[in-house]
Design a protein around this ligand. Structure first.
Ligand SMILES: [Zn+2]
Length: 141
């Protein structure tokens, strides 16, 4: 039985659901699933240029676990780049500091600081929104 993994804290979900290559005859030749925690590791280490010992602290995981997630993320992205695969972001094993919602109409991700405010999308005003925090973390691989 696989070892049970503890959830990783991430600050905010990615603002996209995925990436698609273009200009290749091999477009849609497969896809890689990038977990939210892998996205967060890449963001912290390569975008925010945060040292790994700080990044793992922020995500509430050990340095070894962070290194594993970061390595996995880089391999997936490299594989997508080289083999012209689609990248799809999937929930993974994470939790957020605050409640994050995603609009079902425009895909915008947002928080609602005051719970008494009506739950609508701040971009398109749609009422069709869903809570992203619900740890349906069943798609762990
Ligand atoms: Zn919207």
């Amino acid at each position: 039985m696989p070892r049970r993994k503890s959830p990783r804290k991430i600050v905010a979900p990615p603002v996209f659901k995925g990436y698609k290559p273009f200009g290749s005859s091999k477009v849609c030749d497969g896809e890689v699933e990038l977990l939210y925690e892998e996205y967060e590791a890449i963001k912290l280490a390569d975008y925010d240029l945060m040292p790994h010992h700080e990044a793992c602290h922020l995500m509430g995981i050990s340095r070894a676990t962070f290194a594993r997630i970061y390595e996995s993320a880089r391999r997936k992205i490299a594989s997508a780049f080289v083999e012209a695969k689609t990248i799809k972001t999937v929930y993974g094993n994470v939790y957020f500091d605050e409640n994050w919602f995603r609009c079902n109409d425009c895909e915008n991700a947002f928080t609602i600081p005051n719970p008494r405010i009506k739950r609508i999308c701040p971009v398109c005003r749609s009422q069709s929104i869903q809570l992203m925090n619900s740890t349906g973390s069943t798609n762990n691989k």
